[in-house]
Design a protein around this ligand. Structure first.
Ligand SMILES: O=C(O)CCC(=O)C(=O)O
Ligand SMILES: [Fe+2]
Length: 337
């Protein structure tokens, strides 16, 4: 099964295998409307009050934003992408040690989706996933090769954790919630999910990742300066232009629910390209599975702001998400009051 990893065989094929060719109505399509300068960009060196307002506006209008001047060094970002590229370039035999589609395994390497064997069509993507907070607890399960993997990914995980806290605090300020509101159980889990999209023989027929909303609180993505991420807005797929050294922050379903629809979770997907490998490093901020979730009480006081969703435990939500195959509206519908 591990030989199914796209990174293991893509160099040997000139044409896209049938099992990767999507039906016409699901293909990426043309034209893709570029965001042409209207992409929401937040500079994290400006006054926190301004950042809070900009982040809330971007999250309402787009469901995502990019952050620049976030304080994480360019060198660390480059080393992170390099070590992850090296990981996917390792010989098949080396990668086979990590291949797993068992949801309980502590480090998973798989291709397309975890449901590969039941898929009609496969996505042109390999993925590596493991937890990264607290580091000392999870590091023994991380890949041992490339030799710098653990050192670089530890530094990256620590730095991104600080950024996650900073972004969480700015969001809570913007929503009028107390500082630290999203700390604790709501952001207890931090998962690294690295997507690798090797050059694809026919990007017009293939997809890198299906259209979905992120089920968690929010996600920060490092895009590696290669186009591929698209968001769905006003009935169109819009490319999210990579900005060097920026992070893309994707609002997840839990932020939409806790904010009582003030912030919007965005539908997004990834397309492929024929020229270069694209690495997209995702850091998923996830509530603990027993975490109790409901619209924040401070946002639903009074008669005008009635709660839009009923309370639930995060694990119940994940179950609903899985049974609805990530269909955003269907999932939210189950929790609407
Ligand atoms: O590769 C990308 O740009 C998107 C990744 C993503 O949406 C995810 O991992 O949930
Ligand atoms: Fe996503």
């Amino acid at each position: 099964m591990e030989n199914n990893l796209v990174s293991n065989w893509c160099k040997n094929v000139q044409t896209l295998p049938e099992s990767y060719i999507f039906p016409e109505d699901e293909r990426p399509g043309e034209p893709i409307v570029p965001l042409s300068g209207s992409s929401p960009i937040i500079d994290l060196t400006t006054h926190q009050h301004d950042q809070a307002q900009q982040i809330i506006k971007a999250s309402q209008d787009f469901g995502y934003f990019q952050v620049i001047n976030h304080g994480i060094s360019e060198t660390l970002l480059e080393e992170t992408v390099d070590v992850l590229k090296e990981f996917f370039e390792m010989p098949a035999k080396e990668k086979a040690k990590y291949y797993s589609v068992d949801p309980n395994s502590k480090c998973k390497l798989y291709t397309s989706t975890m449901n590969y064997s039941n898929e009609d069509k496969h996505y042109w993507r390999d993925a590596l996933a493991h937890h990264c907070h607290p580091i000392q607890h999870f590091l023994p399960f991380w890949p041992e090769k490339p030799t710098r993997y653990r050192e670089v990914i530890s530094a990256y995980s620590i730095e991104t954790r600080k950024l996650i806290t900073k972004i969480s605090d700015v969001i809570s300020e913007g929503l009028g919630l107390e500082k630290g509101y999203f700390g604790g159980e709501l952001s207890k889990v931090q998962m690294l999910l690295v997507n690798c999209y090797p050059p694809c023989p026919d990007p017009n027929l293939a997809l890198g990742m299906h259209s979905h909303c992120d089920p968690n609180l929010f996600t920060i993505l490092l895009q590696d300066n290669v186009c591929g991420l698209q968001i769905f807005k006003d009935g169109k797929w819009i490319a999210v232009e990579p900005i060097p050294n920026a992070f893309v922050v994707i609002i997840g379903c839990q932020l939409q629910i806790i904010s009582n629809n003030k912030l919007k979770s965005v539908i997004h997907r990834a397309v492929t390209n024929s020229k270069e490998t694209r690495i997209c490093v995702g850091n998923f901020v996830i509530p603990s599975s027993d975490c109790h979730i409901e619209p924040a009480s401070d946002l639903v006081n009074g008669t005008t702001n009635i709660p839009a969703y009923k309370p639930y435990q995060y694990k119940e939500f994940l179950h609903t998400y899985a049974t609805n195959h990530g269909d955003f509206e269907a999932v939210l519908q189950s929790y609407k009051l």
